[in-house]
Design a protein around this ligand. Structure first.
Ligand code: LLP
Length: 401
């Protein structure tokens, strides 16, 4: 990839996504499911740029959404309504109403109280809401605690007994149609066993439900497939699918999954430029023009992202790579060996295609950066850089005259 040319043409900081890589990952996963009816619903929270969503939609992907804003994005990008699902622990009435009116595939319920709300809204609209229930199988996914979701101590889903009660309520309601079941135990998973265990627990529940005449059609295994940021040994899509298939033998269901990171993380680069170097005592800092507001993962999770300085300098020493934001937590890497840098040297931060731009903010009145797609060897802008005018657009009318 010609980072220098991209920096010259679009400026820095900049997000760059390799659309061909994203397609390869999607097709690899789809192929692993080939023995079964399956639907991949890309989790657009990972990277919700409309062009990214369209890139997957064109390959037949559906979307997993967690707000009505994401549902609207999915529609805008051309995802058919029967491939859109809506999850999340706290959906508002207006979100439920719009999702039902839009007739999406299903709403994924995360509590008994929410079931009542959805039933109420569906009744007002005089329709039958297709629902699934997110089961919390109480299994430790062995990942970072902030992105672990399948334990009872986490806020997500409902325990097995509650789920059963909810399915029975739904079956007996004229306004609810229980068609799916769902679990998602965490993100950046690198061990297969917890996923398999969770799938077993949930598949057994499907079997129990069948006995009482509740016929589950969609078996949604969530997202979470881990990727290589550093030297992780990750789960192969084929092994992942085989492990799940073993747990659902005899069940006539469409398997759904909701990958986000797996499809986009390693397609993305965050490109930033060196502003200055400085030494405080014996600590060396390389200050770049990107910051924690652009890519939050290192600051929030202490996450590792490979950082590469693009120059030929042979003089290496340890440095912290930091941004201009007024927080000590504003860093991309700490104590890594990097060459001596000069003003305008480029720095590439790898694996930035998932939870990068979507977690960006305007902190310090920094406009969110531009996004560029690379496809078939050509680059194109897919989101403009935010200007100062964009940042104040919703406030300036309130200034006192
Ligand atoms: N499905 C559900 C219900 C989810 O909660 C998530 C992610 C996914 C699918 C997609 O998971 P993935 O395949 O991307 O692992 N900001 C964090 C990740 C938060 C994940 C939240 N849920 C990070 O930067 O690591």
């Amino acid at each position: 990839m010609n980072f220098q040319k991209l920096a010259d043409d679009y400026g820095t900081p900049l997000y760059i996504y390799n659309f061909d890589y994203m397609k390869e990952r999607f097709l690899e996963l789809k192929d692993a499911f080939r023995a079964r009816k399956s639907l991949i619903c890309y989790a657009i929270k990972a990277n919700s740029n409309l062009s990214v969503i369209k890139n997957f939609a064109d390959l037949g992907s559906g979307c997993d959404c967690v707000s009505i804003g994401e549902v609207r994005r999915a529609f805008k990008a051309g995802v058919p309504k029967y491939k859109i699902i809506f999850s999340g622990v706290g959906k508002r009435d207006d979100e439920i109403k719009e999702a039902l009116q839009k007739d999406i595939l299903l709403i994924n319920l995360e509590s008994e109280a929410e079931l009542k709300r959805v039933e109420e809204v569906a009744k007002e609209l005089d329709l039958k809401a297709r629902i699934s229930i997110r089961v919390n199988p109480n299994i430790d996914p062995k990942t970072h605690p902030y992105i672990s979701t399948g334990l009872h101590e986490n806020k997500f889903g409902v325990d097995i007994d509650t789920a059963k009660r909810m399915y029975i309520l739904a079956k007996n309601s004229p306004n609810l149609d229980p068609v799916g079941i769902h679990f998602h135990i965490g993100s950046q998973l690198t061990e297969l066993n917890p996923i398999k265990e969770a799938s077993e627990v949930v598949a057994n529940l499907v079997r129990e439900l069948k006995v009482i005449d509740i016929d589950i059609k969609f078996f949604d295994i969530g997202g979470g497939l881990g990727i290589v940021y550093d030297d992780e040994v990750t789960i192969k899509p084929y092994d992942y699918v085989q492990a799940i298939l073993e747990t659902i033998s005899g069940l006539d269901v469409t398997i759904m999954c909701e990958p986000g990171r797996f499809l986009t993380a390693n397609a993305g680069y965050f490109l930033t430029k060196v502003l200055y170097e400085k030494v405080n005592g014996d600590k060396r800092f390389v200050i770049v023009d990107g910051a924690m507001n652009d890519l939050l993962r290192p600051s929030l999770y202490n996450a590792y992202h490979k950082v590469e300085v693009l120059n030929d300098n042979k003089e290496f020493s340890k440095a912290n790579i930091v941004g201009p934001v007024c927080e000590s937590g504003d860093f991309f890497a700490k104590d890594i060996e990097v060459p001596k840098t000069s003003h305008d040297d480029l720095v590439v931060i790898h694996s930035a295609g998932a939870y990068g731009f979507t977690m960006a903010s305007n902190y310090n009145t920094r406009g969110r950066v531009a996004e560029v797609a690379i496809e078939d060897g050509k680059d194109r802008l897919i989101r403009k850089r935010e200007s100062f005018e964009d940042l104040i657009a919703l406030e300036k009318e309130f200034l006192e005259k």
